[in-house]
Design a protein around this ligand. Structure first.
Ligand SMILES: NC(=O)c1ccc[n+]([C@@H]2O[C@H](COP(=O)([O-])OP(=O)(O)OC[C@H]3O[C@@H](n4cnc5c(N)ncnc54)[C@H](O)[C@@H]3O)[C@@H](O)[C@H]2O)c1
Length: 338
């Protein structure tokens, strides 16, 4: 590819995995905007900085003027927009930062892009792409049957999903109103190495390692469609190379599991890798359910599968094994946050 690519949120879980791939596979130059919300996010930045093709900007997306100046300076060929406040529970207790980062931040990035694109040559304009990474949570909650697809209605139910839904609408509007060459992806729940430890899977793994209670919301029957992060990155790179401008692509894991089943699989792996004199599942403790906890998410990935020939390669069982192993071998990254 050998392109100048602007990635937002690259100290985070998914954008970090994307940057690693973009740096390793081709001679791309990566400009990474991340305000650094977590101390161990900075560890990843230091790791990427060992490569001279990675440049980090500790900028908050709320600073529109800084973004406009930065676009002039770096002259990007494409944008992957992943920076967002991403924790549903935090959105319930502190919604304002979700409005600022996810809605105002996306608006500022779109405006900086609009101003920047006016000055582009027609050749560069034609190949430019703005890829907006979103979530299946914008579609709301499913009953026991059916799946979300690109035509599903928006029905967000938490401040997090509402802020992501608003950002999708802004991206769509900037495509229709100003011809910004956008593509939106809506992906199901990801898991894998370097996910911050306040999320369900890394929380369960690291608590299990430390013999701490593993919290399980309500009756544990909520269903998510889990996707290993590297499969998501495959999909994003295909969307970047072959996706059609103005389109949406839903990305799912073919991995529907109840939260109960997810925690039990993690515990089975811990029993194998670090056997103790009790099964790890004894650590699972039911806690009061999250307000407005969506019942079930599931994605129909037919469009991306047929059009871009994408399918996930890592089964849930294999992905959890890799992930449990990774947290066991990389406690330096999460231990001091416990
Ligand atoms: N994790 C999932 O399961 C999942 C699934 C589908 C879609 N997504 C989307 O993918 C994206 C990345 O998710 P993640 O799980 O990697 O999140 P994450 O919380 O691990 O990383 C997000 C990063 O964005 C940065 N950031 C937040 N607000 C910012 C701002 N105002 N300015 C600059 N940087 C800012 C944070 O510092 C953090 O490093 C998000 O947009 C999320 O909505 C996530």
């Amino acid at each position: 590819m050998n392109k100048k690519i602007l990635v937002t949120g690259g100290a985070g879980f998914i954008a970090g995995a994307l940057i690693k791939r973009l740096l390793n596979e081709e001679n791309n130059i990566i400009h990474n905007i991340d305000k650094i919300s977590y101390k161990n996010g900075l560890d990843r930045i230091h790791e990427f900085n060992k490569n001279h093709r990675h440049i980090h900007y500790a900028i908050d997306l709320k600073n529109k003027e800084l973004l406009i100046d930065l676009f002039e300076e770096i002259n990007p060929d494409a944008i992957f927009h992943l920076a967002a406040e991403s924790h549903v529970d935090v959105s319930l207790s502190n919604p304002e930062q979700f409005i600022q980062s996810n809605i105002v931040g996306t608006f500022n990035l779109l405006e900086a892009t609009r101003i920047y694109m006016k000055k582009l040559t027609s050749v560069k304009r034609e190949s430019f792409k703005f890829i907006h990474i979103s979530t299946d949570e914008v579609f709301g909650s499913l009953g026991s049957i059916g799946k979300f697809n690109e035509n599903s209605n928006y029905n967000p139910r938490s401040p997090y999903s509402a802020s992501k839904a608003a950002s999708d609408h802004l991206v769509d509007a900037w495509f229709h109103s100003y011809s910004i060459p956008t593509i939106i992806t809506n992906c199901s729940n990801n898991y894998g190495p370097y996910q911050f430890i306040d999320k369900l899977i890394p929380l369960a793994i690291t608590n299990g390692i430390k013999n701490l209670p593993i919290p399980l919301y309500g009756n544990g029957l909520n269903i998510r469609d889990w996707l290993f992060v590297e499969d998501h990155i495959d999909a994003l790179i295909l969307v970047f190379k072959k996706g059609r401008i103005g389109e949406k692509y839903c990305i799912g894991g073919y991995g529907e599991r109840t939260n109960n089943a997810v925690l039990e699989k993690i515990c089975e792996n811990l029993d194998i890798f670090i056997p103790k004199n009790y099964p790890h599942k004894q650590l699972i403790k039911n806690v009061k359910d999250r307000a407005g906890h969506d019942n079930r998410y599931a994605i129909d990935s037919d469009k991306i599968s047929k059009e871009l020939n994408w399918l996930p390669k890592i089964s849930f069982e294999k992905g959890i094994e890799i992930t449990v192993n990774w947290y066991l071998e990389n406690s330096y990254w999460w231990n001091n946050l416990k």
